[in-house]
Design a protein around this ligand. Structure first.
Ligand code: ADP
Ligand code: MG
Length: 409
């Protein structure tokens, strides 16, 4: 088999593989169906981008968000990979289809909705395919936190091309979800590769909401580097951004209700900044590549442990110390229970289990990291020494003078 290392160095400019990337790429090049579970920032994209350059034909990448696809497209093109997206917003669809059929694309990014169209299946039959890459593969599972029914159509589509390899990728699957992804996408059990989930440089701290805006202000006062504050509602992100901005600290809001141009600008400003605070809903973060985020703060309970892990995982990707603060209250749990009451009955048990797991994490007096990692199937031998409980400082955050400065009108 071809050695992928020279291509890694020549095309991507990286000296070597990170973590399990080498194993995943080797399996893909050997045509073995694989599910790679790797934390955010571990470098999942490379696991299909590199083979797409080495293998003959086009790698079809299924990705759930158009914004995500366009980010990926830019980064692939930046290193000279021949890539295109095929989505409803692309104006050059005819040209892309031409290039695809002519074998002039390494990567073709598509949304899962495409999979259901007979048209698309026909199109795939007219090109040479190197690989199916299913990004954010937890979307195929009702156990995952982001079920997308269209992902269920991928397996029949891929079955029409049995000789083409399959690589599913996700950051966020617990054991139950992993088993389900394997089943739903026709990947054998021994095709699972899981990389370490621990992010030792992130200090976890979880406490009760008191005056949450003040608590957040205190976090940002103590952390001068770039940070993300997750708020529960669009209105809350704007209010927080405004309140925190009065101190002179650059702040921006980010949520799906903002004009696309404003959103893109705020995101770009944040990525370029060394001290900006972005107050966002969970719409922010997927596909954002900013290694030096120094803190992530949650003003309220995230949706699940997976979501918490993924959102806090945007801090400290450069390996330098970073902090993750979560402030929660009984009202968050009440809202979550109400939300669960509104989902389809067959999903309620799963959602309740997920909420309980989250409750165990926020309420524990023990090591937070142990509970977090246990959720992803990893056992921590010793207490981590880098969470609020291990450090014996359940972060009693008062309205300090610095915090006052951030909030006084
Ligand atoms: P994920 O999808 O797992 O969250 P990405 O694919 O977006 O992660 O990659 C995260 C970052 O890591 C990107 O900036 C990417 O260029 C970088 N990266 C990936 N593989 C390597 C490697 N082998 N060496 C150095 N940097 C890498
Ligand atoms: Mg990714």
């Amino acid at each position: 088999m071809l050695d992928p290392l020279p291509t890694l160095q020549r095309v991507f400019g990286f000296p070597g593989f990170r973590g399990v990337q080498a194993d995943v790429v080797a399996r893909v090049l050997a045509g073995e169906r694989t599910l790679a579970v790797m934390p955010t920032g571990a470098g999942k994209s490379l696991c299909y981008q590199l083979p797409s350059v080495m293998l003959e034909g086009t790698c079809v990448v299924v990705s759930p968000l158009i914004a995500l696809m366009h980010d990926q497209l830019r980064s692939a093109e930046a290193v000279g990979i021949r890539a295109a997206t095929l989505t409803s917003v692309d104006e050059n669809r005819a040209e892309t289809i031409q290039r695809f059929k002519a074998g002039a694309l390494d990567l073709l990014y598509v949304a899962p909705e495409r999979a259901s169209s007979g048209h698309f299946r026909e199109l795939l039959g007219q090109a040479k395919l190197s690989l199916f890459a299913i990004d954010e593969a937890h979307c195929v599972s009702e156990w995952g936190h982001d079920f997308r029914p269209d992902y269920r159509l991928l397996e029949p589509l891929m079955d029409a091309f049995p000789e083409v390899g399959r690589l599913a990728l996700t950051a966020t699957a617990d054991a139950h979800t992993r088993a389900d992804i394997l089943k739903q996408l026709g990947i054998p059990n021994d095709g699972l590769i899981v990389s370490g989930f621990d992010r030792p440089n992130i200090r976890y701290s979880i406490g009760a909401k008191d005056n949450v805006n003040r608590q957040i202000a205190d976090v940002i006062a103590r952390n001068p580097g770039p940070g993300i504050v997750y708020a529960q509602t669009r209105a809350a992100t704007e209010k927080l951004a405004e309140a925190l901005g009065r101190s002179g600290r650059p702040t921006r809001a980010y949520h799906a209700g903002l004009d696309a141009a404003v959103r893109a600008k705020n995101q770009a400003d944040f990525v370029a900044s060394e001290d900006m605070v972005i107050c966002a809903t969970v719409a922010f973060g997927m596909g954002i590549d900013k290694p030096d985020v120094r803190f992530v703060a949650h003003a309220g309970l995230p949706k699940s442990i997976e979501a918490y892990y993924q959102e806090t995982g945007r801090a400290g990707r450069d390996g330098d110390p970073a902090v993750a603060h979560l402030f929660w209250g009984a009202d968050d749990f009440a809202r979550a229970r109400q939300r669960i009451g509104e989902v389809e009955p067959e999903r309620q048990a799963g959602e309740r289990t997920r909420l309980q797991a989250l409750g165990a994490l926020v309420e524990t007096a023990g090591c937070r990291r142990r509970i977090l990692l246990k959720h992803f199937g990893e056992d921590l031998a010793e207490d981590c020494g880098n969470c609020d409980n291990c450090l014996g400082s359940p972060d009693a955050i008062d309205a300090t003078e610095t915090a006052q400065k951030y909030l006084s009108a």
